[in-house]
Ligand binder design. Structure first.
Ligand SMILES: [Zn+2]
Length: 160
């Protein structure tokens, strides 16, 4: 049993974690998903929880991204991890602000231009070109790391 302060009851109560199906409209797109909510067992009010909030946002915003042909947070993260890069290094490689990839992986909606760049970067030959254009902006340590990532994922190149 988990207890937490309920602002509605103004005292600590046992809280219950429940899954709820929700539908919202984000920028004109109907999105839905099963999200996790904490409720006070006494008054049944929703209790704010930052971690749940971030995860719930990601679920709903990923639905928005799917429905608008944008890469989902998960897809962006997978691409980055395939190259073994930190969020900051990938952001730098793509010419984004330092925190931009972090925000996208947390659910923030990317604009079309950023989306296209990230999509292109998922193809290793494009990634290589981005890196070559940009490599002067990286420290020798970062360049070593990127080079290693490319060498490691060589087998992912397909011949079609
Ligand atoms: Zn309560």
């Amino acid at each position: 049993m988990r207890k937490q302060y309920c602002y509605n009851c103004q005292r600590e109560h046992t809280i219950k974690e429940v899954k709820e199906f929700r539908e919202y409209t984000i920028k004109g797109t109907k999105v839905s998903g099963e999200i996790t909510i904490l409720r006070c067992e006494n008054c049944v009010e929703e209790i704010y929880n930052k971690e749940n909030e971030i995860n719930n946002d990601r679920i709903l915003f990923d639905d928005y991204k799917r429905k608008n042909n944008l890469m989902t947070s998960e897809e962006i993260k997978t691409m980055r991890e395939n190259y073994g890069l930190s969020q900051a290094v990938l952001a730098k490689l793509l010419g984004f602000g330092e925190k931009t990839i972090t925000r996208y992986e947390n659910g923030a909606i990317q604009d079309k231009t950023h989306d296209l760049l990230m999509r292109l970067a998922t193809v290793e030959t494009n990634f290589l070109q981005l890196w070559e254009t940009n490599r002067n902006n990286f420290s020798s340590y970062e360049n070593k790391k990127i080079k290693k990532a490319i060498t490691l994922s060589d087998e992912t190149i397909t011949n079609d």
